[in-house]
Design a protein around this ligand. Sequence first.
Ligand code: SAM
Ligand code: ZN
Length: 275
Amino acid sequence: MTIPKGLICPICQSKLEKVGNSLKCESSHSYDFAKSGYVNLLNPGKMNNAKAGESKEMIKARTAFFSGGSYAKIREYLIELISDLPKDVIVDAGCGEGYYTEGVAEKYSDSTVIGFDMSKHGTEHGAKSSRAKKIENTFFSVSNIFNMPLENESADIIINLFAPVSYEEFARVLKKGGYLIIGASGAKHLYEMKSVLYETVYLNELNVHKNDAFEMICVKNLTYGTEISGNESIMNLFTMTPYYHHTSDSDKAKLSSLESLYTTVEVDFTILRKR
Ligand SMILES: C[S@@+](CC[C@H](N)C(=O)[O-])C[C@H]1O[C@@H](n2cnc3c(N)ncnc32)[C@H](O)[C@@H]1O
Ligand SMILES: [Zn+2]
């Protein structure tokens, strides 16, 4: 684990320092590290925090799915996309269980890579996994990406994959000239999986990411096909999609008998630079 520079208290916004097994600010607000190595930096006064973020079940499904390698190309593509950018401090905003956070940290061992997510289960998994793999340049914290515990202009890159976007907060935390990389489902992402579930299948709408605080650099598209073997993996993929929450039991049952599924994976990466 690395303690990033520029961490601030979510209550009073003063600097946090590591004291023993906690992070403390000058007003004596204190945040303990869990055994697994993540720390909860949500403002304890905000009542909407407790149940936010992905459930344990969702995080488990993600981890199992990622281990099959079907999204490895997305991770490799992301790593390549940032290869030429300044990257002392990288924030993975909405990091989930830390698959991309960890991949980026492993590749760029001189960077400090911060994983923020509302889900305690996600950040816990990320911290445990980094420790098990002896990846020392990550920091995982339960945090709200709309109110991050970081000083103004403290990050070189913010990665935001399949997660909510907060331009205002991302612009506050990025250094001038820093990069925001937003990854979102492309038009045909998981099209064949949707074709099994639904009679009428629509293409995903184009994601247009624009904001006055940022200069648009480019949109890069990654498209490939992948064969997913075994019903457990297919159901894990389904569980990590938004469709999981919006599909009737009878439609869900159509996937539960499948043993193999070929599907398109398509991600649009929008690269923006803070003005
Ligand atoms: C679809 S998942 C994507 C996770 C990860 N980026 C990935 O691609 O595997 C979206 C994540 O955003 C997190 N999330 C949603 N709203 C958030 C917020 N306001 N602050 C922090 N995390 C949030 C959820 O807990 C969830 O883990
Ligand atoms: Zn404080």
